[in-house]
Design a protein around this ligand. Structure first.
Ligand SMILES: Nc1nc2c(ncn2[C@@H]2O[C@H](COP(=O)(O)OP(=O)(O)OP(=O)(O)O)[C@@H](O)[C@H]2O)c(=O)[nH]1
Ligand SMILES: [Mg+2]
Length: 462
Protein backbone atom coordinates (compact mmCIF):
# COMPACT_ATOMS: atom_id res chain seq x y z
CA UNK A 1 0.00 0.00 0.00
CA UNK A 2 1.39 3.39 -0.94
CA UNK A 3 1.04 6.09 1.67
CA UNK A 4 2.38 8.90 -0.41
CA UNK A 5 1.02 12.36 0.01
CA UNK A 6 0.54 14.39 -3.10
CA UNK A 7 2.98 17.21 -2.60
CA UNK A 8 3.44 20.29 -4.69
CA UNK A 9 5.94 19.63 -7.47
CA UNK A 10 9.54 20.12 -6.60
CA UNK A 11 12.04 21.10 -9.24
CA UNK A 12 15.54 19.82 -9.65
CA UNK A 13 18.47 20.38 -11.94
CA UNK A 14 21.07 17.77 -12.71
CA UNK A 15 24.82 18.17 -13.10
CA UNK A 16 27.25 15.56 -14.29
CA UNK A 17 30.88 15.33 -15.28
CA UNK A 18 31.67 13.12 -18.25
CA UNK A 19 35.06 11.50 -17.79
CA UNK A 20 37.12 10.54 -20.87
CA UNK A 21 36.54 6.79 -20.47
CA UNK A 22 32.73 7.09 -20.42
CA UNK A 23 30.99 6.77 -23.78
CA UNK A 24 28.22 9.16 -24.77
CA UNK A 25 25.64 6.36 -24.72
CA UNK A 26 26.59 5.25 -21.25
CA UNK A 27 26.67 8.83 -20.02
CA UNK A 28 23.22 9.58 -21.41
CA UNK A 29 21.76 6.36 -20.00
CA UNK A 30 23.07 7.22 -16.57
CA UNK A 31 21.55 10.73 -16.74
CA UNK A 32 18.20 9.31 -17.81
CA UNK A 33 18.32 6.90 -14.93
CA UNK A 34 19.09 9.71 -12.49
CA UNK A 35 16.04 11.58 -13.80
CA UNK A 36 13.94 8.48 -13.18
CA UNK A 37 15.33 8.21 -9.69
CA UNK A 38 14.53 11.89 -9.14
CA UNK A 39 10.99 11.36 -10.37
CA UNK A 40 10.60 8.51 -7.92
CA UNK A 41 11.43 11.04 -5.20
CA UNK A 42 8.88 13.50 -6.57
CA UNK A 43 11.28 15.86 -8.33
CA UNK A 44 10.86 17.13 -11.82
CA UNK A 45 14.19 17.67 -13.57
CA UNK A 46 14.03 20.92 -15.52
CA UNK A 47 17.58 21.26 -16.78
CA UNK A 48 20.81 19.30 -17.08
CA UNK A 49 24.34 20.64 -16.94
CA UNK A 50 27.17 18.53 -18.26
CA UNK A 51 30.87 19.12 -18.28
CA UNK A 52 33.62 17.06 -19.89
CA UNK A 53 36.65 16.84 -17.65
CA UNK A 54 39.62 14.56 -17.09
CA UNK A 55 38.67 14.20 -13.44
CA UNK A 56 36.19 15.55 -10.92
CA UNK A 57 37.19 18.88 -9.43
CA UNK A 58 38.54 18.09 -5.99
CA UNK A 59 37.03 21.13 -4.36
CA UNK A 60 33.53 21.28 -5.78
CA UNK A 61 33.18 18.45 -8.37
CA UNK A 62 32.66 20.94 -11.25
CA UNK A 63 34.94 23.65 -12.64
CA UNK A 64 34.52 27.29 -11.64
CA UNK A 65 32.91 28.37 -14.91
CA UNK A 66 30.21 25.70 -14.67
CA UNK A 67 29.56 26.56 -11.04
CA UNK A 68 28.92 30.18 -11.99
CA UNK A 69 26.60 29.12 -14.78
CA UNK A 70 24.58 26.99 -12.39
CA UNK A 71 24.55 29.69 -9.76
CA UNK A 72 23.08 32.11 -12.30
CA UNK A 73 20.51 29.59 -13.35
CA UNK A 74 19.39 28.86 -9.82
CA UNK A 75 19.17 32.46 -8.72
CA UNK A 76 17.33 34.14 -11.51
CA UNK A 77 13.93 33.43 -13.06
CA UNK A 78 13.97 30.72 -15.73
CA UNK A 79 13.07 31.07 -19.38
CA UNK A 80 10.76 28.68 -21.18
CA UNK A 81 13.47 27.60 -23.64
CA UNK A 82 15.65 26.45 -20.76
CA UNK A 83 13.24 23.86 -19.46
CA UNK A 84 13.66 20.25 -20.49
CA UNK A 85 10.18 19.09 -19.64
CA UNK A 86 8.31 22.30 -19.27
CA UNK A 87 4.99 22.06 -17.48
CA UNK A 88 2.96 24.03 -20.07
CA UNK A 89 0.65 25.87 -17.71
CA UNK A 90 3.46 27.20 -15.60
CA UNK A 91 5.28 30.50 -15.82
CA UNK A 92 8.91 29.36 -15.98
CA UNK A 93 10.16 32.39 -14.13
CA UNK A 94 8.09 31.29 -11.15
CA UNK A 95 9.92 27.97 -10.86
CA UNK A 96 12.24 27.65 -7.94
CA UNK A 97 15.00 25.11 -8.03
CA UNK A 98 14.95 23.02 -4.88
CA UNK A 99 17.91 20.82 -5.41
CA UNK A 100 20.92 20.11 -7.58
CA UNK A 101 21.36 16.39 -8.27
CA UNK A 102 24.84 15.14 -9.04
CA UNK A 103 25.21 11.92 -11.01
CA UNK A 104 28.17 10.62 -8.99
CA UNK A 105 28.98 10.02 -5.38
CA UNK A 106 30.91 13.03 -4.15
CA UNK A 107 32.79 13.63 -0.93
CA UNK A 108 31.26 15.50 2.00
CA UNK A 109 33.49 18.51 1.41
CA UNK A 110 32.77 18.57 -2.33
CA UNK A 111 29.06 18.51 -1.55
CA UNK A 112 29.41 21.32 0.94
CA UNK A 113 31.47 23.49 -1.43
CA UNK A 114 29.13 22.80 -4.29
CA UNK A 115 26.15 23.86 -2.20
CA UNK A 116 27.84 27.11 -1.26
CA UNK A 117 28.83 27.79 -4.86
CA UNK A 118 25.46 27.19 -6.50
CA UNK A 119 23.20 28.37 -3.72
CA UNK A 120 20.85 25.42 -3.39
CA UNK A 121 20.73 22.03 -1.75
CA UNK A 122 22.86 19.30 -3.34
CA UNK A 123 22.14 15.57 -3.41
CA UNK A 124 24.52 13.11 -4.96
CA UNK A 125 23.46 9.85 -6.65
CA UNK A 126 24.08 7.83 -3.50
CA UNK A 127 21.92 10.08 -1.40
CA UNK A 128 19.12 9.94 -3.94
CA UNK A 129 19.15 6.14 -3.88
CA UNK A 130 19.38 6.04 -0.09
CA UNK A 131 16.42 8.39 0.14
CA UNK A 132 14.32 6.16 -2.13
CA UNK A 133 15.23 3.10 -0.11
CA UNK A 134 14.38 5.01 3.04
CA UNK A 135 10.93 5.94 1.73
CA UNK A 136 10.14 2.52 0.34
CA UNK A 137 11.36 0.37 3.19
CA UNK A 138 8.33 -1.28 4.76
CA UNK A 139 9.40 -4.14 6.97
CA UNK A 140 11.34 -3.74 10.19
CA UNK A 141 14.31 -5.53 8.64
CA UNK A 142 14.42 -3.35 5.54
CA UNK A 143 14.07 -0.21 7.65
CA UNK A 144 16.94 -1.23 9.88
CA UNK A 145 19.10 -2.08 6.89
CA UNK A 146 18.45 1.26 5.25
CA UNK A 147 19.12 3.12 8.47
CA UNK A 148 22.53 1.50 8.78
CA UNK A 149 23.40 2.54 5.24
CA UNK A 150 22.16 6.07 5.84
CA UNK A 151 24.10 6.44 9.05
CA UNK A 152 27.25 5.29 7.31
CA UNK A 153 26.65 7.86 4.61
CA UNK A 154 25.51 10.74 6.80
CA UNK A 155 28.06 10.51 9.59
CA UNK A 156 31.03 12.01 7.70
CA UNK A 157 28.72 14.64 6.21
CA UNK A 158 27.45 15.73 9.59
CA UNK A 159 31.03 16.03 10.70
CA UNK A 160 31.72 18.23 7.70
CA UNK A 161 28.77 20.43 8.57
CA UNK A 162 29.93 20.69 12.18
CA UNK A 163 33.41 21.67 11.05
CA UNK A 164 32.02 24.43 8.90
CA UNK A 165 29.71 25.67 11.64
CA UNK A 166 32.83 26.35 13.72
CA UNK A 167 33.12 26.40 17.52
CA UNK A 168 29.89 28.32 17.97
CA UNK A 169 27.95 25.84 15.97
CA UNK A 170 29.41 23.10 18.06
CA UNK A 171 28.40 24.79 21.27
CA UNK A 172 24.92 25.37 20.03
CA UNK A 173 24.32 21.82 19.05
CA UNK A 174 26.36 20.37 21.89
CA UNK A 175 23.99 18.44 24.08
CA UNK A 176 24.61 16.74 27.39
CA UNK A 177 26.28 13.38 27.76
CA UNK A 178 29.65 14.33 26.44
CA UNK A 179 32.51 12.94 28.45
CA UNK A 180 35.24 15.27 29.71
CA UNK A 181 37.70 16.13 26.98
CA UNK A 182 35.63 14.40 24.35
CA UNK A 183 35.06 16.48 21.24
CA UNK A 184 31.70 16.87 19.63
CA UNK A 185 32.83 14.95 16.58
CA UNK A 186 34.03 12.02 18.65
CA UNK A 187 30.75 11.96 20.48
CA UNK A 188 28.79 11.89 17.25
CA UNK A 189 31.01 9.18 15.91
CA UNK A 190 30.47 7.11 19.01
CA UNK A 191 26.72 7.61 18.88
CA UNK A 192 26.60 6.58 15.27
CA UNK A 193 28.75 3.54 15.96
CA UNK A 194 26.54 2.49 18.86
CA UNK A 195 23.38 2.92 16.84
CA UNK A 196 24.81 0.89 13.95
CA UNK A 197 25.82 -1.87 16.35
CA UNK A 198 22.34 -1.86 17.86
CA UNK A 199 20.72 -2.10 14.45
CA UNK A 200 23.05 -4.88 13.44
CA UNK A 201 22.06 -6.85 16.52
CA UNK A 202 18.40 -6.33 15.62
CA UNK A 203 19.00 -7.51 12.07
CA UNK A 204 20.88 -10.54 13.28
CA UNK A 205 17.99 -11.47 15.54
CA UNK A 206 15.54 -11.05 12.68
CA UNK A 207 17.72 -13.15 10.45
CA UNK A 208 17.81 -15.93 13.00
CA UNK A 209 14.05 -15.73 13.24
CA UNK A 210 13.79 -15.92 9.47
CA UNK A 211 16.07 -18.95 9.39
CA UNK A 212 13.99 -20.68 12.04
CA UNK A 213 10.79 -19.94 10.18
CA UNK A 214 12.32 -21.23 7.01
CA UNK A 215 13.46 -24.40 8.72
CA UNK A 216 9.95 -24.89 10.09
CA UNK A 217 8.48 -24.31 6.68
CA UNK A 218 10.79 -26.89 5.22
CA UNK A 219 9.93 -29.29 7.98
CA UNK A 220 6.22 -28.84 7.31
CA UNK A 221 6.67 -29.30 3.63
CA UNK A 222 9.02 -32.18 4.16
CA UNK A 223 11.01 -31.36 1.11
CA UNK A 224 13.91 -29.46 -0.25
CA UNK A 225 12.73 -26.00 -1.07
CA UNK A 226 11.64 -25.82 -4.68
CA UNK A 227 12.33 -22.12 -4.78
CA UNK A 228 12.65 -19.65 -7.61
CA UNK A 229 13.97 -16.14 -7.03
CA UNK A 230 13.21 -13.28 -9.34
CA UNK A 231 16.27 -11.08 -9.57
CA UNK A 232 17.24 -8.24 -11.84
CA UNK A 233 17.63 -4.55 -12.40
CA UNK A 234 15.14 -2.19 -10.84
CA UNK A 235 11.95 -1.71 -12.88
CA UNK A 236 12.59 -4.79 -15.06
CA UNK A 237 9.19 -6.22 -14.15
CA UNK A 238 10.04 -8.70 -11.38
CA UNK A 239 7.02 -7.92 -9.25
CA UNK A 240 4.74 -7.95 -12.28
CA UNK A 241 5.99 -11.42 -13.16
CA UNK A 242 5.64 -12.49 -9.55
CA UNK A 243 2.01 -11.42 -9.63
CA UNK A 244 1.41 -13.15 -12.92
CA UNK A 245 3.08 -16.37 -11.83
CA UNK A 246 1.49 -16.59 -8.42
CA UNK A 247 -1.80 -14.76 -8.83
CA UNK A 248 -0.91 -12.58 -5.87
CA UNK A 249 -1.14 -8.90 -5.20
CA UNK A 250 2.40 -7.67 -4.77
CA UNK A 251 3.26 -4.05 -5.31
CA UNK A 252 3.97 -3.12 -8.89
CA UNK A 253 4.92 0.42 -9.70
CA UNK A 254 6.61 2.31 -12.45
CA UNK A 255 9.06 3.57 -9.94
CA UNK A 256 12.54 2.56 -9.13
CA UNK A 257 12.97 0.34 -6.10
CA UNK A 258 9.30 -0.27 -5.57
CA UNK A 259 10.17 -3.54 -3.88
CA UNK A 260 12.57 -3.65 -0.96
CA UNK A 261 11.44 -6.71 0.89
CA UNK A 262 11.46 -10.24 -0.27
CA UNK A 263 8.03 -11.77 -0.62
CA UNK A 264 7.40 -15.45 -1.13
CA UNK A 265 4.34 -17.02 -2.77
CA UNK A 266 3.51 -20.38 -4.29
CA UNK A 267 3.26 -20.63 -8.04
CA UNK A 268 -0.34 -20.73 -9.25
CA UNK A 269 -2.02 -22.94 -10.41
CA UNK A 270 -0.18 -25.12 -7.92
CA UNK A 271 2.30 -27.59 -9.26
CA UNK A 272 4.06 -30.76 -8.20
CA UNK A 273 6.41 -30.18 -6.63
CA UNK A 274 5.02 -27.02 -5.12
CA UNK A 275 7.21 -24.17 -6.32
CA UNK A 276 7.75 -21.07 -4.23
CA UNK A 277 8.54 -17.83 -6.00
CA UNK A 278 10.29 -14.94 -4.27
CA UNK A 279 10.52 -11.36 -5.43
CA UNK A 280 13.62 -9.40 -4.46
CA UNK A 281 14.99 -5.88 -4.31
CA UNK A 282 16.10 -4.55 -7.68
CA UNK A 283 19.68 -3.81 -8.57
CA UNK A 284 21.12 -0.60 -9.92
CA UNK A 285 24.48 0.53 -11.21
CA UNK A 286 26.70 1.91 -8.47
CA UNK A 287 24.44 0.69 -5.71
CA UNK A 288 25.83 2.51 -2.69
CA UNK A 289 28.24 0.26 -0.86
CA UNK A 290 26.37 0.63 2.38
CA UNK A 291 23.28 -0.69 0.70
CA UNK A 292 24.98 -3.63 -0.93
CA UNK A 293 26.16 -4.72 2.48
CA UNK A 294 22.85 -4.02 4.16
CA UNK A 295 20.75 -5.74 1.58
CA UNK A 296 22.97 -8.74 1.35
CA UNK A 297 20.78 -10.71 3.69
CA UNK A 298 17.72 -9.87 1.60
CA UNK A 299 19.54 -10.83 -1.54
CA UNK A 300 20.83 -13.97 0.05
CA UNK A 301 17.31 -15.24 -0.23
CA UNK A 302 18.36 -15.64 -3.85
CA UNK A 303 21.03 -18.05 -2.68
CA UNK A 304 18.41 -20.26 -1.07
CA UNK A 305 16.71 -20.63 -4.40
CA UNK A 306 17.27 -23.63 -6.59
CA UNK A 307 16.63 -21.52 -9.66
CA UNK A 308 17.08 -17.86 -10.47
CA UNK A 309 14.98 -16.00 -12.98
CA UNK A 310 17.07 -13.08 -14.08
CA UNK A 311 14.52 -10.57 -15.37
CA UNK A 312 15.74 -8.04 -17.93
CA UNK A 313 13.83 -5.19 -19.53
CA UNK A 314 14.27 -6.07 -23.21
CA UNK A 315 12.82 -2.71 -24.24
CA UNK A 316 15.42 -0.63 -22.39
CA UNK A 317 18.25 0.60 -24.62
CA UNK A 318 20.61 0.23 -21.66
CA UNK A 319 19.62 -3.38 -20.96
CA UNK A 320 23.12 -4.81 -21.55
CA UNK A 321 24.65 -2.69 -18.85
CA UNK A 322 21.78 -3.55 -16.53
CA UNK A 323 22.27 -7.23 -17.24
CA UNK A 324 25.97 -6.93 -16.40
CA UNK A 325 25.26 -5.10 -13.15
CA UNK A 326 22.96 -7.90 -12.03
CA UNK A 327 25.46 -10.58 -13.03
CA UNK A 328 28.16 -8.79 -11.04
CA UNK A 329 26.06 -8.45 -7.92
CA UNK A 330 25.03 -12.10 -8.11
CA UNK A 331 28.66 -13.03 -8.36
CA UNK A 332 29.50 -10.84 -5.37
CA UNK A 333 26.99 -12.60 -3.17
CA UNK A 334 28.13 -15.99 -4.44
CA UNK A 335 24.90 -16.73 -6.30
CA UNK A 336 26.53 -17.17 -9.69
CA UNK A 337 26.47 -20.92 -9.32
CA UNK A 338 22.72 -21.17 -8.91
CA UNK A 339 21.09 -22.31 -12.17
CA UNK A 340 19.68 -19.33 -13.97
CA UNK A 341 17.20 -18.56 -16.72
CA UNK A 342 17.45 -15.18 -18.40
CA UNK A 343 13.98 -13.74 -18.91
CA UNK A 344 13.81 -10.85 -21.36
CA UNK A 345 10.60 -9.10 -20.38
CA UNK A 346 8.50 -6.26 -21.84
CA UNK A 347 8.87 -7.54 -25.39
CA UNK A 348 5.41 -6.05 -26.07
CA UNK A 349 7.03 -2.65 -25.60
CA UNK A 350 9.45 -2.92 -28.56
CA UNK A 351 7.29 -1.77 -31.42
CA UNK A 352 5.30 -3.47 -34.14
CA UNK A 353 5.17 -7.20 -34.71
CA UNK A 354 8.09 -7.26 -37.12
CA UNK A 355 10.35 -5.32 -34.76
CA UNK A 356 9.33 -7.61 -31.93
CA UNK A 357 10.08 -10.75 -33.95
CA UNK A 358 13.46 -9.45 -35.06
CA UNK A 359 14.46 -8.47 -31.54
CA UNK A 360 13.25 -11.79 -30.14
CA UNK A 361 15.35 -13.69 -32.67
CA UNK A 362 18.40 -11.61 -31.93
CA UNK A 363 18.11 -12.03 -28.17
CA UNK A 364 17.63 -15.78 -28.51
CA UNK A 365 20.71 -16.00 -30.63
CA UNK A 366 22.82 -13.87 -28.32
CA UNK A 367 21.62 -15.48 -25.09
CA UNK A 368 20.99 -19.16 -25.82
CA UNK A 369 18.31 -20.70 -23.65
CA UNK A 370 16.79 -17.38 -22.69
CA UNK A 371 13.06 -16.65 -22.49
CA UNK A 372 11.71 -13.64 -24.38
CA UNK A 373 8.25 -12.60 -23.26
CA UNK A 374 5.84 -10.07 -21.88
CA UNK A 375 4.52 -10.32 -18.35
CA UNK A 376 1.33 -8.80 -19.73
CA UNK A 377 0.52 -11.78 -21.96
CA UNK A 378 -1.04 -14.67 -20.04
CA UNK A 379 0.00 -17.30 -22.61
CA UNK A 380 3.64 -16.30 -22.30
CA UNK A 381 3.43 -16.28 -18.52
CA UNK A 382 1.94 -19.78 -18.67
CA UNK A 383 4.83 -20.93 -20.86
CA UNK A 384 7.31 -19.54 -18.36
CA UNK A 385 5.47 -21.33 -15.58
CA UNK A 386 5.77 -24.60 -17.52
CA UNK A 387 9.46 -24.04 -17.98
CA UNK A 388 9.93 -23.44 -14.25
CA UNK A 389 7.85 -26.42 -13.21
CA UNK A 390 9.64 -28.76 -15.59
CA UNK A 391 12.96 -27.60 -14.14
CA UNK A 392 11.81 -28.90 -10.78
CA UNK A 393 10.30 -32.03 -12.21
CA UNK A 394 13.64 -33.20 -13.54
CA UNK A 395 14.37 -34.86 -10.23
CA UNK A 396 11.00 -36.52 -9.74
CA UNK A 397 10.67 -40.27 -9.61
CA UNK A 398 7.75 -42.60 -10.19
CA UNK A 399 6.41 -44.84 -7.46
CA UNK A 400 3.38 -46.86 -6.38
CA UNK A 401 1.36 -46.25 -3.25
CA UNK A 402 -1.45 -48.23 -1.69
CA UNK A 403 -3.87 -46.24 0.42
CA UNK A 404 -5.84 -48.54 2.71
CA UNK A 405 -9.58 -47.96 2.91
CA UNK A 406 -9.12 -47.15 6.56
CA UNK A 407 -6.80 -44.24 5.79
CA UNK A 408 -8.74 -42.36 3.15
CA UNK A 409 -8.18 -39.12 5.04
CA UNK A 410 -4.67 -39.17 3.58
CA UNK A 411 -6.01 -39.05 0.08
CA UNK A 412 -5.76 -35.24 -0.17
CA UNK A 413 -2.20 -35.54 1.05
CA UNK A 414 -1.28 -37.73 -1.90
CA UNK A 415 -2.84 -35.37 -4.37
CA UNK A 416 -1.17 -32.32 -2.88
CA UNK A 417 2.26 -33.87 -2.64
CA UNK A 418 2.51 -35.90 -5.80
CA UNK A 419 1.39 -35.90 -9.33
CA UNK A 420 -1.09 -38.77 -9.63
CA UNK A 421 -0.58 -40.60 -12.90
CA UNK A 422 -3.08 -43.38 -12.32
CA UNK A 423 -5.57 -44.40 -9.64
CA UNK A 424 -7.38 -47.75 -9.23
CA UNK A 425 -9.61 -49.27 -6.60
CA UNK A 426 -8.22 -52.56 -5.27
CA UNK A 427 -9.51 -54.90 -2.65
CA UNK A 428 -7.39 -53.43 0.18
CA UNK A 429 -7.68 -49.83 -0.81
CA UNK A 430 -6.87 -47.31 -3.49
CA UNK A 431 -3.80 -47.95 -5.54
CA UNK A 432 -1.90 -45.00 -7.03
CA UNK A 433 0.88 -44.63 -9.52
CA UNK A 434 2.52 -41.29 -8.67
CA UNK A 435 5.40 -39.02 -9.49
CA UNK A 436 7.07 -36.97 -6.81
CA UNK A 437 10.26 -35.92 -5.16
CA UNK A 438 12.13 -38.87 -3.62
CA UNK A 439 12.07 -37.28 -0.18
CA UNK A 440 8.38 -36.51 -0.44
CA UNK A 441 7.61 -40.09 -1.43
CA UNK A 442 9.69 -41.48 1.41
CA UNK A 443 7.63 -39.39 3.82
CA UNK A 444 4.41 -40.50 2.25
CA UNK A 445 5.34 -44.14 2.71
CA UNK A 446 6.30 -43.31 6.26
CA UNK A 447 2.87 -41.76 6.82
CA UNK A 448 1.12 -44.76 5.34
CA UNK A 449 3.35 -47.26 7.11
CA UNK A 450 4.51 -45.39 10.19
CA UNK A 451 7.83 -46.62 11.60
CA UNK A 452 8.64 -50.26 11.16
CA UNK A 453 7.07 -53.39 9.75
CA UNK A 454 5.75 -54.18 13.21
CA UNK A 455 3.74 -51.02 13.32
CA UNK A 456 2.35 -51.67 9.92
CA UNK A 457 -0.04 -54.17 11.42
CA UNK A 458 -1.06 -51.73 14.08
CA UNK A 459 -1.85 -49.31 11.31
CA UNK A 460 -4.11 -51.76 9.59
CA UNK A 461 -6.03 -52.28 12.75
CA UNK A 462 -6.75 -48.59 13.22
N1 LIG B 1 4.92 -2.99 -21.32
C1 LIG B 1 5.24 -3.76 -20.29
N2 LIG B 1 5.38 -3.22 -19.07
C2 LIG B 1 5.71 -4.03 -18.05
C3 LIG B 1 5.92 -5.43 -18.23
N3 LIG B 1 6.26 -5.96 -17.04
C4 LIG B 1 6.25 -4.94 -16.16
N4 LIG B 1 5.92 -3.77 -16.75
C5 LIG B 1 5.81 -2.43 -16.11
O1 LIG B 1 7.10 -2.04 -15.66
C6 LIG B 1 7.00 -1.27 -14.45
C7 LIG B 1 7.88 -1.89 -13.37
O2 LIG B 1 7.35 -3.15 -12.99
P1 LIG B 1 7.67 -3.84 -11.59
O3 LIG B 1 7.11 -5.21 -11.69
O4 LIG B 1 7.26 -2.98 -10.44
O5 LIG B 1 9.26 -3.89 -11.67
P2 LIG B 1 10.29 -4.48 -10.59
O6 LIG B 1 11.35 -5.20 -11.35
O7 LIG B 1 9.57 -5.25 -9.55
O8 LIG B 1 10.90 -3.12 -10.01
P3 LIG B 1 11.56 -2.84 -8.54
O9 LIG B 1 10.67 -3.39 -7.50
O10 LIG B 1 11.65 -1.37 -8.55
O11 LIG B 1 12.91 -3.48 -8.56
C8 LIG B 1 5.52 -1.26 -14.10
O12 LIG B 1 4.98 -0.05 -14.57
C9 LIG B 1 4.96 -2.44 -14.85
O13 LIG B 1 3.60 -2.28 -15.16
C10 LIG B 1 5.75 -5.98 -19.55
O14 LIG B 1 5.92 -7.17 -19.82
N5 LIG B 1 5.42 -5.09 -20.52
MG1 LIG C 1 9.40 -4.92 -7.58
Amino acid sequence: MQTEVKEKPRYAIVASVQLPDVSDVEFEASLTELSELAKTLGFQVVHTFVQKRNSFDRTAYLGVGKLEEIHMFVNRGLRADELEHAPPQLDPSAIEIDVLLVDHEISPSQARNLELAVGCEVMDRTMVILEIFHRNARSRAARAQVEIARLGYMAPRLREAAKLAGPQGRQRSGMGGRGAGESHTELDRRKVRDRIAELQREILAMELERKTQRARRLERQGQGLAGVSLVGYTNAGKSTLMRALTGSEVLVANKLFATLDTTVRAIYPESVPRVLVSDTVGFIKNLPHGLVASFKSTLEEALDAALLLHVIDASDPGFERQLEVTDTVLQEIGADEVPRIRVFNKIDHIGDEAAEAAWTAELQQRYPGCVVMSARRPAEVAALRERIVSFFQQDLVEDEVLLPWSAQQLRGEIYSQCQVLEERAEEEGSWFRVRGEPEQLRRLHEQLNPGSQGREKEYWEV
